[in-house]
Design a protein around this ligand. Structure first.
Ligand SMILES: [Zn+2]
Ligand SMILES: [Zn+2]
Ligand SMILES: [Zn+2]
Length: 383
């Protein structure tokens, strides 16, 4: 700790010290310093120029191998030169490997196998400067995820996860990434890749990644298939519910329009005690026009079918539904409202439950709570 303090004391004094008078004021810092096209994977912020220069220095140290004291052997026999201090600081796993490699001559030899030698190079460079080329990241994103986990380099793991989430994850690699995310304990990546598999199932199931997963981890394939079925069922249920909602909303609107027609009259139909006026303002009830046709049909239907024709049956049901929603039949002007109230009193338990459920669902659709008098409230006032 003492050493660090000495270095700090040797730093140049801040510009607000008396020496300010001796030196000219420095020019402003450049907005963005060049970084040789390399992407900075570090999350540190601050002085751009200084941090870029430092990173270049670290990159140069790696590229030049100045006083390198470690040799890293890769799969094809390539040797990468590195520095024990840097590797040991960046990765506790490499630190352990270097400890064990002690006493093997001037340069400590270690090996990183199982991934492409260029991926190892990108990995080691990241340990030096936290930088990488976009193309390299694109090509080696899978081995880099493995290396970051295996050698315990969380900052690289984070960078790889972000890169995957923001474009590098695709239908071709998603199965591999999904499996790796489980092995590498990357829950967010698991979630994102799983979501992508569900969304693009047909394309994903045709990939090589899926075939090899089928062979190596049939249990995982089964789980994924089950989740796909579950997702499909969820979607179907969603569609069914939204269709159901639409029907209840239409019924509600029909109920509103029915009261409106019987109370105010609209276009061609009106209450017997009101004068019919041409050139009325456009009707605000969406269901009015259709209902008007139905009412006219109902009034003059000549089809002698038991229980009425299909249109008449619909009208009967609408009238009955109205009666069940109607709060006060005594002042209501909808035909047969009172008659249905009588019928309701004598209905079977089964019918009661069925209708009550329908009424509840219609009212819930419009988020109406408490009283159901909405259909007759203005009616009772106007009559
Ligand atoms: Zn109308
Ligand atoms: Zn009919
Ligand atoms: Zn009524």
């Amino acid at each position: 700790m003492g050493k660090k303090e000495t270095i700090r004391k040797k730093s140049p004094p801040p510009t607000n010290q008396p020496v300010k008078d001796v030196y000219p004021t420095p020019p402003p810092l450049p907005v963005k310093a060049p970084n040789n096209g390399r992407k900075n994977g570090s999350t540190t912020t601050g002085n751009n120029c200084a941090s870029t220069t430092t990173k270049d220095l670290w990159d140069d140290l790696f590229d030049g191998g100045y006083r390198a004291d470690v040799t890293i052997k890769t799969d094809n026999g390539d040797i990468i030169y590195a520095h024990a201090n840097v590797l040991g600081m960046a990765s506790p796993v490499l630190r352990g490997m270097l400890k064990r490699a002690k006493g093997c001559g001037e340069k400590k030899p270690i090996s990183i196998h199982g991934v492409h030698q260029d991926a190892v190079r990108v990995f080691i460079r990241f340990l030096y400067s936290s930088c990488y080329e976009n193309e390299e990241m694109k090509e080696f994103v899978v081995p880099l995820l493995v290396l970051s986990h295996a050698y315990n380099v969380p900052r690289l793991k984070r960078v790889v996860e972000v890169e995957l989430e923001h474009g590098l994850l695709n239908t071709e690699n998603v199965v591999d990434i999904f499996q790796l995310s489980l092995l590498c304990n990357a829950p967010r990546l698991t979630l994102i890749s799983h979501r992508m598999i569900l969304k693009n199932f047909k394309a994903v199931v045709a990939t090589k990644g899926w075939s090899s997963m089928r062979n190596s981890h049939p249990g995982l394939e089964k789980e994924l298939l089950e989740s796909v079925i579950e997702e499909e069922n969820n979607q179907k249920e969603k569609i069914r519910k939204s269709k159901e909602q639409k029907i209840y909303l239409e019924l509600f609107e029909a109920m509103e329009a029915l009261v409106h027609i019987c109370r105010d009259g609209c276009r061609t139909i009106g209450p017997h005690d009101k004068d019919f006026t041409q050139n009325q303002a456009p009707c605000k009830y969406r269901a009015c026009k259709g209902l008007e046709l139905l009412v006219r049909h109902f009034a003059g239907c000549k089809l002698r079918v038991p229980g009425g024709c299909i249109h008449c049956k619909r009208m009967w049901r609408l009238l009955e539904l109205h009666s069940r929603l109607c709060a006060d039949s005594k002042v209501c002007r909808v035909p047969l409202c009172r008659n249905f109230k009588e019928k309701i009193r004598k209905q079977s338990k089964k019918d009661e439950i069925k209708w009550k459920l329908l009424v509840k669902k219609i009212l819930r659709t419009k988020r109406i709570r408490g009283s159901v008098s909405f259909l007759v409230s203005s009616n009772s006032i106007s009559s």
